[in-house]
Design a protein around this ligand. Structure first.
Ligand code: GLN
Ligand code: ZN
Length: 772
C-alpha cells in the first residue's frame, strides 16, 4: 500500500509566495531571485510531506500564479493580445493573470477591458483559476520545460514524485470558447496532451496523476463519449495514469471510468457518501484504487480509528492495490497547525492542517499494515472528546433552531406593500444613489487596526480614531450628495472574519491562510460549535455614522450563506442548521439596528453561488435552504425597514429564481463583466423588486464619465421600471483611493440627477406603480 498526495499548499508557512510575488511585481526582485525563492518553497514543501511520511510526492502542483494557467502555458494556449510577451515566460504568465493595471479586491475579478484573462472559482471552492481562452483555429505549441525542470529538481533532491497534470477534458471544460461547441477543440487539445505524454515518457516518468475533477459533475452523453475517445486515443507509452477526481462522488460515472484504459483511479470518499464495495466490484481487478480518506478541504483532525475500521476490510481485499491520499489537493487547506500559538488548546487539538493531514495518512497506513492500533487510538482521542465537549453545544441555540417554522423566514408583508411603506418613510428620490459599503481602506486605517490589535493604542483611542474616519466618510458622501450613505467599514479587515471574531462558536487562527488567487490569501474563521451573538457587533459604528447626517445610513452586515461559505465549517452538524444558527445571530443584530433607528440594512451575499454542490441535481436543495437562511436573517425587519442585499462576480443567470427568493427590497449587483447584459435574464424572469445594477467597474482605474453612466442607466431602464432602479457602483470601494473615488461618485450622482431631470419628474416617485 502506498500513501501519496495530490498537491500541497504553494503559499508557504508564512505566505512566502505572496510576498515573493509582490516583491517581484514591485521590481524589488529580479527574475532569477524570484525563481530561486519559488524553488526553495518547493523544496520545503517536498521535505514537509516526506518527513510526514508521504511516499509519492506531487510535482507540478506548484505554480507562480495558478495551475490552470500553467496548463495553458504547457499547451501554448495564449490569447493573441499577449503574444508580444512570448519571449519572457514569467512576465507572460503574470500578464495573462493580472493584465496591465492590476487591482485586487475581495471579489476577485479583473477589470473589464483590462488585458487580463477572466478569473473564476475553481469548482465549489474559494480558489480562483485563470480561465483559458480558446480561439477558433486554436494552435498548440507544447512547452513543458518548466514541468520537466521541476521533475529533475525533485529527483536531484532525492524525492519520489509523480507529476500532476490537469486532464484534457477538465481543462477544456473550464475554458472559454465563444465560437461554438468546445468539444470541437478536443482533437487539438489531445494533440497537445499527446506531445506532453511523449516528453514525459522520454523523461522516464512512471506514474502520472491526471486530474479530471469534472467527473464529479453530471456529464452529458457527448462529454462522456469525449472521455472515452480522449483516453483511448492518447498513447501512453510506459506512463501509468492515475485518474483523479475530487469534490464529489463519481458513483454516477463509475462505468465510464471503468471503461478507460488507465492503471489507477483516485476517488474522494469524504465529500459525499459512497459505496466502496461497489467501486471495487465495478473497477477492473488490476487497477490501483486510491481512496481520498482525509478531508483535504477542511481543518478537522481525522478519526483515524473510525477510518481504520472502515478501511481494514478494504485493505484485506486490495492489499497493494489500495493507495491512500487526502480527498483532494491540500491547496485548499492551511499549511501547518504547529504555527498556531494563540488558539485555544482544546480547539487546537481538534484540528489538522496540510502537514498534519500527511501525518495522519502515515499513521493510518502503519495501523493498517501492522495491526498496531495504539497510535491511532491516542491520535483519535481528541476527536471523540470534541463530540462531547461543552464548548460546541449551546442548548439555547439548538432550541431556537428547533423552534423555527416556515413563517420564521418570511417578512409579514409582501414586497409591494413594503415598498409603499418604505417610500413614505424614506422619501428617496427617483433613481436613488448609494454605494456598496466599503470606502477606501487607506494605510492610515490599516495601521490603526494593526496598532489596536497589538495593544499599542487603547480601545478608547481606537474608537475615537475610527469614529473620525466614519465622520469624514459621511461628510464626503454628504458633499457628493449621495442619497443613501454608508459608514465605510473602516473597522473591518475582512467581511467574514470581522463577524467571526465576535460570534460565539467561531475560532480565528493566526496563520490559517489559503490561496484565493495569485498573491491573495484568505484566512477563513473556523466554525467549531453552536453560534450565537454575545453583544451587538455593528450598532455603535452605524449609529455613530447616522448621528453625523440627516440622510439615511445603511447598516452593513454579511449574510449567513457568505459567512458559511467563507469559513471552515464543523463537520458534525448539517450545513443547513449551521447556516440557520448564523442567520439567527444576524437577525439579532438586525433587531438591534432597527431599535437604534437604522431604517436601511444591507445584508451582503456575494458568496451564495459558492455553496452550490457540483451536481446540478443537488442545486435546488441547496438553494432552498440557503435562500431561506437569508430570509430568516432579515425576517424580523418590519415593513418600513428597507433590506438591501449585494452580489457580485458570479453567474446569476441560472440561479435567478433563488435571487428572487431572497426577497430583498433592493438588490445591488455587479454588471461590468457583462456590460448590463445580465439584466436580460432579470427581465425574463420578471425580477420583481428594486434593483441597482452597478454603473461602474470598481476594479478599473478609469473614471467613468457622466454620459457613459447615463447611457448604461438608459440601457437598464429598458428592463427595469424607473421606480425600481437604483444607481450604484459594482462593488465596495475599499481597494480604491479617495481621489478617484470622489470623482467617480460625483459623476455617478450627476448621472442620476440628469436622468431625473430628463424623465421630467415633478412629483415624488409614483407609489402606485410598485403595485402594478
Ligand atoms: N459591503 C462589502 C464592501 O463594500 C461587500 C464586499 C463584496 O461584495 N465582496 O466591501
Ligand atoms: Zn461585491
Amino acid at each position: 500500500m502506498r500513501i501519496h498526495n495530490l498537491g500541497f499548499p504553494r503559499i508557504g508557512h508564512k505566505r512566502e509566495l505572496k510576498f515573493t510575488q509582490e516583491a517581484y511585481w514591485r521590481g524589488e526582485l529580479n527574475q532569477s531571485e524570484f525563481l530561486q525563492r519559488c524553488q526553495s518553497l518547493r523544496q520545503q514543501n517536498w521535505q514537509t510531506q516526506q518527513q510526514a511520511g508521504i511516499e509519492i510526492l506531487p510535482v507540478g502542483d506548484f505554480s507562480h500564479y495558478d495551475h490552470v494557467l500553467n496548463t495553458s502555458l504547457y499547451l501554448g494556449i495564449v490569447p493573441k493580445r499577449f503574444e508580444h510577451q512570448q519571449h519572457n515566460k514569467l512576465d507572460l504568465e503574470f500578464e495573462i493573470a493580472r493584465g496591465q493595471s492590476q487591482s485586487s479586491c475581495g471579489c476577485a475579478s479583473n477589470a473589464n477591458g483590462s488585458a487580463a484573462s477572466d478569473m473564476t472559482k475553481w469548482f465549489n471552492t474559494n480558489y480562483h483559476y485563470i480561465v483559458p481562452e480558446f480561439a477558433k483555429d486554436q494552435a498548440i505549441q507544447v512547452d513543458i520545460s518548466s514541468l520537466l525542470a521541476q521533475i529533475e529538481e525533485a529527483r536531484d533532491q532525492g524525492f519520489t514524485t509523480k507529476p500532476v497534470l490537469l486532464g484534457p477534458l477538465s481543462y477544456l471544460w473550464l475554458g472559454q470558447y465563444t465560437q461554438g461547441d468546445k468539444l470541437e477543440l478536443l482533437t487539438t487539445i489531445l494533440d497537445g496532451y499527446q506531445q506532453i505524454f511523449e516528453q514525459l515518457n522520454q523523461h522516464k516518468v512512471s506514474w502520472l496523476q491526471i486530474d479530471e475533477p469534472i467527473l464529479g459533475l453530471e456529464l452529458d452523453n457527448d462529454w462522456q463519449q469525449a472521455f472515452k475517445q480522449a483516453y483511448n486515443e492518447l498513447k501512453k507509452g510506459s506512463l501509468k495514469l492515475i485518474l483523479t477526481s475530487y469534490f464529489a462522488s463519481v458513483d454516477h460515472h463509475l462505468e465510464l471510468i471503468a471503461s478507460l484504459p488507465i492503471q489507477a483511479v483516485h476517488l474522494d470518499i469524504v465529500s459525499e457518501k459512497t459505496d466502496i464495495q461497489r467501486i471495487i466490484d465495478t473497477l477492473p481487478k488490476h487497477w490501483v484504487i486510491s481512496l481520498g480518506v482525509i478531508d483535504g478541504r477542511n481543518i478537522w483532525r481525522s478519526d483515524l480509528l473510525a477510518l481504520y475500521q472502515q478501511l481494514e476490510p478494504v485493505y484485506q481485499q486490495l492489499n497493494g492495490r489500495l493507495w491512500l491520499a487526502p480527498s483532494c489537493s491540500l491547496l485548499h487547506s492551511p499549511v501547518d497547525l504547529d504555527q498556531e500559538q494563540q488558539l485555544d488548546s482544546e480547539i487546537k487539538n481538534w484540528l489538522a492542517f496540510a502537514k498534519q493531514k500527511c501525518q495522519e495518512l502515515a499513521l493510518l497506513k502503519a495501523a493498517l499494515t501492522t495491526g498496531e492500533l495504539q497510535a491511532i487510538i491516542e491520535y483519535s482521542t481528541p476527536v471523540k472528546q470534541r463530540a462531547i465537549a461543552a464548548k460546541i453545544h449551546d442548548p439555547a441555540v439548538q432550541q431556537r433552531v428547533r423552534e423555527l417554522t416556515e413563517d420564521s423566514s418570511h417578512r409579514p408583508q409582501n414586497f409591494a406593500a413594503r415598498k409603499q411603506i418604505q417610500q413614505q418613510a424614506l422619501g428617496l428620490p427617483l433613481f436613488p444613489t448609494t454605494t456598496i459599503g466599503s470606502f477606501p481602506q487607506t494605510s492610515e486605517i490599516r495601521q490603526l487596526r494593526a496598532k489596536w490589535r497589538k495593544g499599542e493604542i487603547s480601545d478608547q483611542q481606537y474608537t475615537v480614531a475610527i469614529q473620525s474616519q466614519i465622520k469624514d466618510t459621511i461628510k464626503r458622501q454628504n458633499s457628493l450628495d449621495l442619497d443613501v450613505l454608508v459608514h465605510g467599514e473602516p473597522e473591518r479587515n475582512d467581511m467574514v472574519e470581522y463577524f467571526g471574531e465576535q460570534l460565539d462558536g467561531f475560532a480565528i487562527t493566526q496563520f490559517g491562510w489559503v490561496q484565493s488567487y495569485g498573491s491573495r490569501c484568505v484566512k477563513p474563521p473556523i466554525i467549531f460549535g453552536d453560534i450565537s451573538r454575545k453583544k451587538p457587533m455593528t450598532v455603535d459604528w452605524i449609529s455613530y455614522a447616522q448621528q453625523q447626517t440627516t440622510k439615511p445610513v445603511k447598516g452593513m452586515l454579511t449574510g449567513p450563506v457568505t459567512i458559511l461559505c467563507w469559513s471552515f465549517v464543523r463537520d458534525d452538524l448539517a450545513l443547513e442548521q449551521v447556516t440557520q444558527q448564523i442567520a439567527l445571530a444576524i437577525s439579532d443584530e438586525i433587531e438591534d439596528l432597527i431599535n437604534a433607528d437604522i431604517n436601511i440594512i444591507q445584508v451582503d451575499e456575494p458568496a451564495i453561488r459558492e455553496g452550490m454542490p457540483l451536481k446540478h441535481s443537488q442545486w435546488q436543495g441547496y438553494l432552498n435552504w440557503a435562500t431561506a437562511a437569508f430570509r430568516l436573517s432579515c425576517a424580523k425587519a418590519p415593513a418600513q425597514t428597507q433590506i438591501h442585499s449585494h452580489m457580485c462576480y458570479s453567474e446569476f443567470n441560472d440561479i435567478l429564481q433563488a435571487i428572487i427568493d431572497l426577497d430583498a427590497d433592493v438588490l445591488t449587483i455587479e454588471t461590468s463583466r457583462s456590460n448590463m447584459a445580465v439584466l436580460d435574464a432579470f427581465e425574463q424572469q420578471h425580477y420583481p423588486n428594486d434593483l441597482g445594477p452597478g454603473v461602474y467597474d470598481i476594479h478599473s482605474p478609469n473614471i467613468p464619465a457622466v454620459d457613459w453612466m447615463v447611457n448604461l442607466l438608459n440601457k437598464a431602464r429598458e428592463t427595469i421600471s424607473d421606480d425600481r432602479l437604483w444607481v450604484n457602483p459594482d462593488c465596495g470601494l475599499k481597494t480604491r483611493g479617495w481621489q478617484e473615488t470622489e470623482v467617480a461618485l460625483r459623476n455617478m450622482v450627476q448621472a442620476a440627477k440628469q436622468l431625473r431631470t430628463s424623465v421630467n419628474q415633478r412629483e415624488p416617485q409614483p407609489v402606485e406603480s410598485a403595485l402594478s
